[in-house]
Design a protein around this ligand. Structure first.
Ligand code: ADP
Ligand code: MG
Length: 292
């Protein structure tokens, strides 16, 4: 590859909102055979909003939401923001939290007004031996609709479920179809539960779903596919995607994502659309064809 034609290619990318860090990245993109897409913030907008509250054991809806939001005030997770905004929209009072603790990939806990609040997924509830009874079935129904359900326990008793949902980006489905037409295998990776992840996958045309992946295990999953001899791209937006973006043969960061993800990547998609992944690969193919 001549440096000049690579420079031209990098320039063309920039004109289309695709910032390619090196000529080497542009050369490699046409060799890719596997694309791993993060779910939240990459396939979806990453701005989940509150959709459902279900209560149990005599707890009240407003009580469950206001105590949950009081805990989530201390969390920076997008799910936390959805819950806090949901409570604010209903003008509910938020209280100060004591002993806040976030368990990555599981949920959060804190004391509010002397009551012990737990908020998180099934793993979190199982770790604290919370009896969920028919809440488990109800959470499955919400997940089947592509929503992310979180269990709430108050003083070690199941109090309900709070569900949030995130909008799929308008271009995601079409971009994924184009990637498949280019002969690429498309995989979704997420920390979210398997039922929700599969429901979203179905909506965008992805049937290979790696779900309930702990933040520290995303890079390991990239490496496993590389060990099968694949040339792998990872597309992500979050801090927890950074190690996987660095591990991949090509890391592509969503431009609206966190700086840490952008720094770990070879390519930044300024517009945030997955169409940028398609364009980057097409640009690489065109550039390498001119060179040969
Ligand atoms: P992702 O960013 O892909 O959702 P995470 O590993 O951050 O992956 O979270 C995985 C799961 O852990 C979430 O889907 C949720 O069930 C639970 N969880 C994580 N953080 C929180 C939080 N602040 N509040 C409630 N649940 C949480
Ligand atoms: Mg994300």
């Amino acid at each position: 590859a001549t440096p000049i034609s690579l420079m031209v290619g990098v320039g063309k990318g920039a004109e289309n909102g695709i910032l390619i860090r090196s000529g080497e990245a542009l050369e490699t993109a046409q060799k890719l055979d596997t694309i791993i897409l993060d779910k939240t913030g990459t396939i979806t907008e990453g701005k989940p909003a509150l959709t459902d509250i279900i209560t149990a054991n005599g707890f009240f809806e407003n009580e469950v939401l206001s105590l949950s939001a009081s805990v989530e005030k201390s969390s920076e997770h997008p799910l936390a923001e959805a819950i806090v905004n949901g409570a604010k929209n209903k003008s509910l009072e938020l209280f100060d939290a004591q002993n806040f603790n976030a368990v990555p990939g599981h949920g959060v806990e804190a004391n509010i007004n002397g009551r012990k609040i737990l908020l998180g997924n099934l793993k979190m509830m199982n770790n604290f031996s919370i009896q969920l009874n028919d809440l488990e079935e109800q959470s499955r129904k919400l997940a089947d609709e592509g929503k992310t359900p979180m269990f709430v326990a108050i003083d070690n008793k199941a109090a309900g479920i709070i569900a949030v949902a995130d909008v799929i980006k308008p271009d995601s489905k079409e971009a994924i179809a184009q990637l498949k037409r280019l002969g690429l295998e498309v995989v979704m990776i997420t920390g979210d539960n398997i039922i929700t992840a599969k429901a979203i996958g179905k909506q965008v045309g992805i049937d290979i779903v790696l779900a309930e992946v702990l933040p520290e295990d995303k890079a390991f999953n990239v490496q496993k596919l590389q060990n099968e001899g694949r040339i792998v791209a990872m597309v992500g937006d979050g801090i927890n995607d950074a190690p996987a973006l660095a591990q991949a043969d090509i890391g592509l960061a969503i431009g609206t994502g966190t700086d840490v993800a952008i720094e770990a990547s070879d390519i930044t998609l300024i517009k945030g659309s997955l169409k940028g992944v398609v364009l980057a690969i097409q640009l690489s193919k065109a550039t390498m064809k001119n060179i040969k």
